[in-house]
Every structure is written in structure tokens, then in C-alpha cells.
Design a protein around this ligand. Structure first.
Ligand SMILES: Cc1cc2nc3c(=O)[nH]c(=O)nc-3n(C[C@H](O)[C@H](O)[C@H](O)COP(=O)(O)OP(=O)(O)OC[C@H]3O[C@@H](n4cnc5c(N)ncnc54)[C@H](O)[C@@H]3O)c2cc1C
Length: 396
């Protein structure tokens, strides 16, 4: 009798278990099916979706295209056909193979975006123009970034040409004996460090117009960087500006003469906003940056609710960094989605500048990590920079 009761109990127990499992499975299937059907069938047909035109495919524009391409008709207009991880470009000057790790074609990571490799020449209330196209938009995002001297940033190139230029540049640098770097900001410092840690016997001179290298950074970071460069034989000339050159002789405003086979100009960036001059001149600041309100909508004498601005070209008092471009991009993505949803403009996010960590590379195996007044130096920060590069590139 006991055995029969036990048998009934077990059969009952296992039947319940199977029933509960089947019920759970059924709920799971229904949920997946609902998600699937809402994703696939309840979505607005592509041709009825709002049109978003994105100018520039750098840090900001590439993220915005990736994040909007499933819900909008997205067109990315960029003078280049690829995204490049600019913070590692100085490494490619001494190691041209590295370019393969930091470049990716827009067509590779954007599956539903119309990529147009053109220069935008005009912006109007409902469309933008290139030399031979007019592209209409409901929302426009300007991420045209900034220009820097060649070879550090290049406009209007295809990826293969860029790789060739960097390779030729490398063979050229290998032959040089005396190199002059004009400007002792982050780019000048990183370039000098890459050259002296990679090549033996080069005479590198930095001419800097200020009394300290990277003068906006904490004292400890400046001291460490200066010591690294001096220990590697770099000559640093402070408080002088190069004003002319005759052949291989470069002359400063203090009449110093520096002999160099080649000079690299590592001075400031220039915002790319010239295409707005014709139609929206009052939206451009004195130095060429684009004015916005706190929601990153283009401003001027009035504000333009459907034109957003993000990245380096923004008129914000903050360090021009890739991370800033990524942060402003995520605000723009949120705001475009909000504006085209039921919540509308009531749900817009604001952007306020804030301090971000910076890693200054001193060759492959040394770096300086700076966050506000915290400074951390040596091998670990250089490893961290590799991690940041890897983490960024796997996104594409
Ligand atoms: C040498 C160097 C080293 C750097 N190192 C670091 C670092 O270590 N850490 C860090 O955080 N930041 C670093 N930066 C800064 C960082 O690269 C920028 O802040 C970042 O690239 C800005 O991204 P963006 O999308 O605003 O613009 P960009 O990256 O400049 O991209 C703008 C894009 O718009 C395109 N474009 C411009 N005009 C037009 C037009 N009229 N029509 C169509 N397309 C157009 C350009 O070709 C480009 O593809 C460095 C910059 C340089 C130059």
C-alpha cells in the first residue's frame, strides 16, 4: 500500500513538474513571438520612417548612424568611406600596420544606412547639398568635427589610400635624421614620444609657444612627460614660435634657428563648419564652432529644432575629446527618438560639460592617465589605452 501511495506521489509530482515546465515554455514562446512580431511586423515601413541625415562619420556620426538606423531612414554623408580611431593615429606614424586595427569601412558596420561619400557644401531648412546631390531630411545631425594637419587627420580619402599614405610617410620618417615638432600639446608630445621610442638616433626638437608642455594638465602629468622626453633625448624649446623657414632652417620669433629635415605642425584644431556660412552664419561662433542650446539643437538668432550638433564642432568650453563626441552623440540619439515619439519635446535630455579621463601615450609601453587632478603613470595606463582602442573597435 505504501509503495502504491509513493508511486502515485511521484507520478503526480513529475506530471506537475512537466506541466509547469510546458507552461513556462509556452509563456516564453508567446513572449518571443510577441517581441518578434512587434519588431518585424509592427514596425513602420522603411519608406514611412522619418529621414535622418548625418554629416560626418567620426566618433559622433558613426554612433548616431548605428543607433538610429533601425528606426529611421538614415543617410550618412562623409568625405571619407571609413571610421578611424584617431587617438591611435600617432602609433601608425611609426607602425603603419597598426592602421588595420583602427579603421573600418562605414559599409561594414552600417547595415541599413545609405552611406554617401561626398562633401556637404550647403545646409538648408529641409535638405543638404553636395556637388551633385540634394538630400532631404526631417532631422539633421552635424558631426563634421575638426580638421588637423596632415597626416594626423585626412579628409576626402578612401581607406586604402589612407593606408598607403601612412606607409609612405613611415618610410620617409625612417630616413630622416632631424625632426622638428611645432607645438607641445598632447599631439606634439605623443608624436615625439612615438618617434624616440621607436627609432634610435633621431634628433627630435619640440618648439612650444608656452612655458609648459600640455599646459592645461596637472603639474605631475607635465613633469612626468617632460622627464620622459628629456630622458629620451628630445630637445624642448619653450616660449618660442616658429615663424618662418628657409629650406631646412626653421626660424623662431626669438631668432633661434633650428635645422630639421622635416617639421610636423602639431598646433590646434580647426572646426569644420564652413558649409553653414551661407545659410546660417549667426549659428557659427567667432572661432568657427556651431552654437546650440542645452539639448544640442542648433542655435543662433533663433534655434532650429530639427538640426542637432554633436562632437568636436560644438561650441562648448571643454576639451575636444573622442569621449565627449560619444557623450554628445548619445544625447542627440535620445533627443531625436524623443522628438519622434509620443513624449515629444517634453522628454529632451540636456548636455552639460564634465571632466573626462585622458590617456597620453608616451610610446607603446608608457602613458599618463589623468582624471581631474588624479595622475597615474607608467605601463598600466598604456595597457588601458590598448583596452580602450579594442573596446571601441569591437563596436564596429
Ligand atoms: C592626432 C590626434 C590624437 C587624438 N587623441 C585623442 C585621445 O587620445 N583621446 C581622445 O579622447 N581624443 C583624442 N583626439 C580627439 C578626437 O579624435 C576627437 O575629439 C574626435 O575625433 C571628435 O569626433 P567627431 O565625430 O566630432 O569628429 P571627427 O572625428 O573629426 O569626424 C568628423 C567627420 O566629418 C567629416 N566631414 C567634415 N566635414 C565634412 C563635410 N563638409 N561633409 C561631409 N563630411 C565631413 C570628416 O571627414 C570626418 O570623417 C585626438 C585627435 C587627434 C587629431
Amino acid at each position: 500500500m505504501g509503495f502504491i501511495l509513493e508511486l502515485i506521489f511521484f507520478i503526480h509530482y513529475y506530471l506537475c513538474l512537466v506541466a509547469f515546465s510546458l507552461f513556462g515554455l509556452l509563456l516564453g514562446v508567446i513572449k518571443v513571438k510577441n517581441n518578434f512580431t512587434s519588431k518585424i511586423f509592427n514596425r513602420t515601413p522603411v519608406e514611412e520612417r522619418k529621414k535622418v541625415v548625418i554629416i560626418g562619420g567620426g566618433f559622433s556620426g558613426s554612433i548616431i548612424a548605428q543607433q538610429l538606423e533601425n528606426d529611421f531612414q538614415v543617410t550618412l554623408v562623409d568625405t571619407k568611406d571609413f571610421f578611424e580611431f584617431t587617438p591611435s593615429i600617432l602609433r601608425t606614424i611609426v607602425d603603419p600596420q597598426h592602421i588595420r586595427r583602427i579603421q573600418v569601412l562605414h559599409s561594414h558596420y552600417l547595415k541599413h544606412t545609405n552611406v554617401v561619400q561626398k562633401e556637404v557644401t550647403g545646409v538648408y531648412p529641409r535638405d543638404i547639398t553636395t556637388d551633385d546631390k540634394t538630400i532631404p531630411y526631417d532631422y539633421l545631425v552635424i558631426n563634421s568635427g575638426s580638421s588637423y594637419n596632415s597626416p594626423f587627420k585626412e579628409s576626402s580619402v578612401v581607406a586604402s589610400a589612407r593606408a598607403n599614405t601612412l606607409r609612405e610617410n613611415y618610410y620617409h620618417i625612417r630616413k630622416l635624421k632631424k625632426i622638428l615638432i611645432i607645438g607641445g600639446g598632447i599631439v606634439g608630445v605623443e608624436l615625439a614620444a612615438e618617434i624616440v621610442s621607436h627609432f634610435k638616433g633621431k634628433e627630435v626638437t619640440i618648439v612650444h609657444s608656452q612655458s609648459k608642455l600640455m599646459n592645461r594638465f596637472p603639474k605631475k602629468a607635465i613633469k612626468y612627460t617632460e622627464k620622459f622626453l628629456l630622458d629620451h633625448g628630445v630637445r624642448i624649446v619653450y616660449n618660442e614660435r616658429v615663424i618662418a623657414h628657409r629650406g631646412t632652417t626653421f626660424v623662431t620669433d626669438q631668432s633661434s634657428e633650428i635645422i630639421a629635415d622635416q617639421a610636423f605642425l602639431c598646433t590646434g584644431i580647426v572646426p569644420n563648419s564652413q558649409f553653414l556660412k551661407h545659410t546660417y552664419p549667426d549659428s557659427i561662433s567667432e572661432f568657427g564652432y556651431i552654437k546650440t542650446n542645452e539639448h544640442l539643437q542648433m542655435a543662433g538668432s533663433t534655434f532650429h529644432r530639427n538640426i542637432f550638433v554633436s562632437g568636436d564642432v560644438l561650441n562648448l568650453k571643454e576639451e575636444k575629446l573622442a569621449q565627449t563626441a560619444e557623450c554628445t552623440a548619445s544625447i542627440v540619439v535620445h533627443n531625436i527618438k524623443a522628438m519622434s515619439s509620443k513624449s515629444g519635446e517634453a522628454n529632451l535630455q540636456s548636455y552639460k560639460p564634465f571632466s573626462k579621463p585622458v590617456i597620453i601615450s608616451l610610446g607603446k609601453y608608457c602613458a599618463v592617465f589623468v582624471y581631474k587632478n588624479f595622475v597615474f603613470t607608467g605601463f598600466l595606463p598604456s595597457l588601458l589605452k590598448e583596452v580602450v582602442e579594442f573596446k571601441t573597435m569591437v563596436r564596429y
